[in-house]
Design a protein around this ligand. Structure first.
Ligand code: HEM
Ligand code: HEM
Length: 214
């Protein structure tokens, strides 16, 4: 069967994806450490000072994460057709139809999908938009904890989260969203790659997908 190559993701989207994914892995590991250090407290007084090191790595990864989120918001507005936000949400009859057919496909009730659709399916698209919204709260709570004395963070931090402790609690709870998302996400991209030979996984490296030649 003949296949056709179609350009799907820009280089900026692919860079954002990997910056986002790798920073989240780093932030979860260092975040767990900050919450509950697993080294002996005697080492805190030594030259290695693991808590300071872990916090430093957390903040560097936090800036990478913030840059990735801002890049994604830029692409929601100014990216290519597949990358814009309206292509992710059930706001047109075609997208609503895609949402239902994806749910039926994921439940093994129906085996067809929208062959002409190049970008994400709508179920994935909605989940990604929720994830980016959660990321905005994650970085806002992170910067509120990091710079509590800066007027802007103090003002909006108090308005959105109330106390520092509440911000920390929300920051911690949101971490679980990212972790659960990551596991289900990796499972589903592999599942989709097996079901539909369009080169889904390689597309997040190369930017190219394959469709059947008419
Ligand atoms: C997916 C992204 C992130 C995850 C999963 C994450 C996770 C965590 C966790 C689990 C903690 C420990 C809180 C606790 O349970 O006690 C923490 C603390 C913290 N995080 Fe994040 N974080 C993320 C993003 C960020 C960002 C973008 C910043 C901003 C630079 C940031 C700044 C902080 C600060 C300042 C603390 C408190 C450190 C301390 O109390 O010593 N985090 N983070
Ligand atoms: C081995 C690891 C990973 C692989 C192979 C992978 C692969 C992919 C692929 C193929 C897509 C496009 C899927 C589609 O069209 O619906 C995608 C999108 C996405 N991935 Fe991953 N991913 C990985 C890890 C992660 C991790 C750890 C995160 C964050 C927790 C993540 C977050 C996202 C997001 C937010 C999108 C949507 C991109 C957008 O905003 O348009 N990925 N990934």
């Amino acid at each position: 069967m003949a296949y056709e190559k179609k350009k799907c993701w820009s280089i900026l989207l692919r860079l954002y994806h990997w910056a986002f994914a790798l920073s989240i892995v780093t932030l979860c590991i260092t975040g767990f450490y900050i919450n509950s250090p697993w080294t002996n407290s005697m080492t805190e007084g030594s030259a290695s000072w693991p808590m300071a090191y872990m916090r430093f790595v957390h903040f560097v990864a936090g800036y990478v994460f913030t840059a990735a989120v801002l890049t994604r918001i830029f692409l929601y507005l100014f990216g290519n057709k597949q990358e814009r936000i309206l292509e992710h949400l059930p706001v047109t009859p075609r997208n609503i139809k895609n949402l239902f057919s994806t749910i039926l496909q994921y439940s093994y009730i129906q085996d067809s999908h929208d062959p002409d659709r190049l970008g994400h399916n709508i179920l994935a698209g909605i989940t990604y938009v929720i994830t980016i919204a959660a990321a905005v709260f994650q970085l806002a709570s992170g910067f509120y904890m990091l710079f509590p004395e800066i007027a802007i963070w103090e003002k909006y931090g108090v308005m959105i989260f109330g106390s520092q402790q509440m911000a920390r609690y929300i920051h911690h709870l949101l971490m679980w969203w990212f972790m659960i998302f990551a596991f289900i996400h990796v499972y589903l991209v592999i599942w989709n790659d097996v079901k539909q030979p369009e080169g889904l996984i390689s597309s997040i490296f190369t930017g190219v997908k394959f469709t059947h030649k008419a």
